[in-house]
Design a protein around this ligand. Structure first.
Ligand code: HEC
Length: 123
């Protein structure tokens, strides 16, 4: 019962937050600032990297209009879930050798968790 109320309160909060123009800056964990240089979170908006909208729970390499590297597309059958992201965000190059995401990885496991939790909300 209490958790239901909490969930409702959270949903109301999220709904309110997405209508505010500064929503992304408030919602995203600090660690996500490093991703923002290359990734947008709006659907269909690619930057240096593909849009991360709806990425969680889907397969890699699906952002419309983004030109992925061949190395990345070799992993296109991979579902973007928690175990995968835990490895990939800590060590992108080691997880998908030869991919073109020029990012060393998040060294702090708490940052990885916070970013994954945030990615889950992008739908
Ligand atoms: C310097 C630019 C850059 C930074 C910084 C960066 N990325 Fe990326 N990212 C890319 C590029 C480019 C790709 C596509 C890789 C390819 O095609 O080889 C990518 C791919 C991805 C993918 C796979 C997307 C898909 O559709 O298959 C995820 C998930 C991702 N990045 C998350 C993150 C997160 C989270 C961060 C921050 C912790 C981050 N990236 C930081 C450039 C970047």
């Amino acid at each position: 019962m209490t958790s239901q109320i909490a969930a409702t309160a959270l949903a109301v909060f999220l709904l309110g937050a997405t209508t505010a123009s500064t929503a992304m800056a408030q919602e995203a964990p600090k660690a996500f600032n490093q991703c923002k240089a290359c990734h947008k979170v709006e659907a269909g908006k690619n930057g240096v990297g593909p849009s991360l909208f709806g990425i969680f729970g889907h397969k890699l390499g699906q952002a419309p209009g983004f030109k992925y590297s061949e190395a990345h597309l070799k992993f296109a059958q991979q579902t973007v879930d928690e175990p995968f992201l835990t490895k990939y965000l800590a060590d992108p190059k080691g997880t998908i050798p030869g991919n073109k995401m020029v990012f060393a990885g998040l060294k702090n496991p708490d940052d990885v968790k916070a970013v994954i939790a945030y990615l889950k909300t992008l739908k």
